[in-house]
Design a binder for this molecule. Structure first.
Ligand SMILES: C[C@@](CO)(OP(=O)(O)O)[C@H](O)COP(=O)(O)OP(=O)(O)OC[C@H]1O[C@@H](n2ccc(N)nc2=O)[C@H](O)[C@@H]1O
Ligand SMILES: Nc1ncnc2c1ncn2[C@@H]1O[C@H](COP(=O)(O)OP(=O)(O)O)[C@@H](O)[C@H]1O
Length: 369
């Protein structure tokens, strides 16, 4: 049996502009996406040849390739069936590749039964195998943080490794884009941030922690990332991305983000410019529809003011999570403490990929998360 454990990182949107609507209902966007340290743990194992039954967690009957998917999750409100994006990722890889490189499960089949599955003379599954996925959740759900998309991306990466497919980040993104608009960014981010993958993607130009996303969010240009601590606070509601995108169609957009100014400000770590130019146009609908988001933003802004830091407070993605940027860990921790008393799902995170923050703070002290 082969096994790989990956971190599935969340993202925040430092800007989010909507520039048009397509005939299929999807919206054109221009947004800056930044990976952060808050993550789930996704473990995937591959056992070739034998199809086990009666194991814990949800299982699917083997498909015609003889491959069975098993999924376990750490939260009871997260589906552990084929509606889970992690499961969909496994199905997509099975449909695309049929099994490991050089040992394609379809091609390696012994005799093919009437239902298309592979059986040996004894009637047991001769080819194929079992893909077992376990998700330990930490990223809040339906939160605007791409938790589901990051789980999906982790399973695509894991199967790429376990089946030795040698796909590039671009090739994985092509598959991921079919599963969700945020999935390609999560794939690029994991290629850059996950130690277990770095050997495979050391020279891949698409491995990055921050990107400008255009099109429906799947055309990505790597950017230098921000170097900051982040406080995240999720009000106790779930928000549907589809509802928010639909809602924005009937709203005026008084202010758009200035992506070029934000890209320069990220490079210079200029929080004053970030405060002025970071805009998420989805707030125009989401804040009206869900006043708890306004309330959360106001509390966080007041806390930033009391701490004497820039007011870089914004909703991430389609919400409802609100975040603020903090240069200093101690201030981020102070703000988080107060936010936790209002919204238990409040966290301190840091942007990934920054040498200054990777292992040590600027003062040279180790940072433990
Ligand atoms: C808003 C963003 C910003 O990063 O993130 P989240 O808030 O979801 O984290 C993304 O655009 C969301 O990406 P994702 O959550 O993957 O969305 P998808 O599954 O592709 O689409 C869910 C629904 O959102 C709408 N949708 C999505 C993307 C897009 N560019 N235009 C849309 O109108 C569609 O109605 C679609 O049916
Ligand atoms: N592995 C997964 N993790 C989280 N949510 C998932 C997953 N698979 C499917 N979902 C579903 O997708 C929806 C949005 O999930 P999520 O990715 O957390 O939202 P967002 O991108 O807004 O942060 C949830 O309602 C959840 O039921």
């Amino acid at each position: 049996m082969k096994k790989i454990q990956l971190h599935a990182y969340a993202k925040i949107n430092l800007t989010l502009d909507v520039t048009g609507k397509r005939p299929n209902g999807y919206h054109d966007v221009e947004m800056i996406m930044q990976q952060i340290s808050l993550c789930d743990e996704v473990t995937v194992s591959w056992e070739a040849g034998s199809v086990r039954r009666g194991k814990p967690g949800q299982t699917a009957e083997p498909d015609p390739t003889g491959i069975q998917i098993q999924l376990t999750v750490s939260r009871p409100d997260l589906p552990a069936d084929s509606s889970n994006l992690a499961w969909k990722a496994a199905e997509e890889m099975i449909a695309e590749f049929g099994g490991p490189a050089g040992g394609n499960a379809k091609a390696a089949a012994g005799t093919e039964a009437a239902d298309g599955s592979s059986k040996d003379a004894a009637g047991t599954d001769a080819a194929g195998g079992v893909l077992t996925i376990d998700i330990q959740k930490q990223i809040p759900m339906a939160a605007g943080l791409a938790g589901g998309s990051s789980n999906c991306a982790a399973v695509l990466h894991a199967i790429n490794q376990l089946w030795e497919l040698n796909l590039s980040v671009k090739e994985l993104c092509r598959i991921g884009a079919r599963l969700g608009s945020d999935v390609p960014f999560c794939i690029m981010g994991q290629a850059a941030a996950e130690k277990a993958l770095q050997g495979s993607f050391a020279d891949d130009p698409d491995a990055c922690h921050c990107a400008l996303a255009t099109g429906t969010g799947t055309d990505l240009k790597p950017l230098t990332g921000l170097d900051s601590f982040i406080v995240l606070s999720k009000p106790a509601i779930g928000v549907s991305t589809a509802e928010v995108y639909r809602g924005i169609d009937n709203e005026g957009i008084p202010r758009h983000p200035d992506n070029n100014a934000v890209i320069s400000a990220i490079f210079e770590n200029n929080y004053k410019v970030l405060e002025e130019k970071m805009v998420n146009v989805l707030e125009n609908f989401a804040l009206k529809r869900y006043p708890i988001i306004v309330y959360t933003k106001n509390i966080m802004s007041d806390l930033c003011q009391s701490a004497g830091i820039s007011n870089c407070v914004m909703m991430s993605g389609s919400g409802p999570t609100v975040f603020c940027l903090c240069e200093e860990l101690s201030k981020a921790q102070q703000i988080c403490e107060v936010m936790k008393s209002r919204n238990p799902e409040s966290f301190v995170a840091k942007t990934t990929g920054q040498d200054r923050h990777r292992d040590v703070t600027r003062e040279g002290k180790h940072v433990e998360f």
